[in-house]
Ligand binder design. Sequence first.
Ligand SMILES: C[S@@+](CC[C@H](N)C(=O)[O-])C[C@H]1O[C@@H](n2cnc3c(N)ncnc32)[C@H](O)[C@@H]1O
Length: 273
Amino acid sequence: MHGYHPRENARLQDQAGTLVDLLHADTAYPPGSVVLEAGCGVGAQTVTLARRSPDARLTSVDISADSLAQARRTTDAAGLTNVQFQQADIFALPFAAESFDHVFVCFVLEHLRRPVEALAILHRLLKPGGTLTVIEGDHGSTYFHPDSRAAQRVIQCQVELQRLAGGNALIGRQLYPLLVGAGLEAVHVSPRLVYVDASRPDLVDGFTKKTFTAMIEGVRAAALEFGLIDPEAFDTGIRDLYRTAEADGVFCYTFFKGVGRKQSSATRATLPS
Ligand SMILES: C[S@@+](CC[C@H](N)C(=O)[O-])C[C@H]1O[C@@H](n2cnc3c(N)ncnc32)[C@H](O)[C@@H]1O
């Protein structure tokens, strides 16, 4: 599971720093609103959410006590006082229905065996008229120059391992049907393309190398153990991914951000029974 190890934590922090504007520029919660962040991990998104909505009150939950401790250290170091952390399982959250004005979930559904059920639970926690925001990646959206079948093959190893663990590394493309299926209204999904060439050294380093390629490199042992690939082919694929970070290389990846609203009481009242 992502988010548990120091190296993985550093990767998530790098990823969050590099992608803040792309992913968060259109998310700010009004003063006084009560917001749930489900699966906050080490707090990589929490810091941005809390900073961008200084007068909202954030409750950030995660199933991992170690990640929460790290998240708390990070928000304390940032001087944020509008976040409280709580250890909880998304499938057994200790909150009453309609407790939150808004809910935010990032890079969590991809790891869950039952993402539809998770969204239905989060939907129930929203007050009428509240919003549910979900951000997910989709590894099938990866393309690059120079093109390389070996590189695509190592990415496929990660996709397959995540599938074997009960997750879905291709979930970004499904956000619209998932949110609609969970009962949300006015669902809008926007693709967020990360385009990286040598004119953006921050993204070459922070995204192509330290986020994406580091993540794929991290599954080497598991991919070999499951017999998905042999060591030489894996190392060639990783070398080709790093090759895209050179002066003439280009790397593209698309995140998906979906926002849906819970039906308001006014709308409900005017609907024919
Ligand atoms: C890839 S991390 C993403 C963390 C954070 N949202 C971010 O964007 O950096 C996924 C997180 O989901 C958490 N998680 C997985 N299953 C969960 C569950 N059933 N309930 C609560 N948290 C869960 C993991 O502990 C992990 O911290």
